[in-house]
Design a protein around this ligand. Structure first.
Ligand SMILES: [Zn+2]
Length: 167
């Protein structure tokens, strides 16, 4: 069977930040800056921002990025995981304060294929870091709201994976 060989999408060296940003409907790379390094949002992985952009279109509500790329020192300062996907530009924390917003954001990020999701009562961590295993988790084990969010994410993931088998 003749299949078209897939080429990996990489940014050509001549591609400017503006060229890359033009491919996103909703995001500017500054939104992903590590707070201690202006302009460091350019270290975000193109695949991550592309998926996020698609999810944002589906959700139909603004995604406020609490954290995107992190320098090693910023990550350490805020107590991030030592091997955090934020260090490699594969992760974002999206602000989710109301349960309704959380549900829309969760359904959208799952629909576009994110399978590493951490839930917090104020935000949702999503990443597509290929060096880390598929996982869903909560940050505060005793928090009822987070427990609800984790159950929601797990059920929605099962549904999305099931629907993918019947397409
Ligand atoms: Zn995070």
């Amino acid at each position: 069977m003749a299949t078209k060989k897939k080429t990996t999408a990489t940014s050509a060296p001549s591609e400017t930040k503006q060229d890359i940003e033009r491919t996103y409907r909703f995001f500017k790379l500054e939104e992903f800056d590590s707070p201690d390094a202006k302009g460091s949002g350019v270290n975000m992985q193109h695949s991550t921002v592309q998926m996020l952009d698609e999810a944002r279109a589906l959700a139909g509500i603004p995604f406020v990025i609490n954290s995107g790329f992190r320098t090693k020192s910023h990550n350490a300062a805020i107590g991030g995981a030592e091997n955090s996907a934020h260090l490699r530009g594969f992760a974002v924390d999206i602000r989710c304060q109301s349960q309704t917003n959380f549900e829309r954001v969760a359904l959208a990020v799952i629909a576009v294929g994110f399978r590493r999701i951490g839930v917090h009562y104020n935000f949702m961590h999503v990443d597509n870091d290929p060096s880390l295993p598929t996982n869903t988790w909560q940050y505060n084990r005793q928090n009822v709201e987070e427990q609800y969010r984790l159950d929601f994410v797990r059920a929605a993931t099962k549904m999305a994976d099931f629907l993918a088998t019947i397409k």
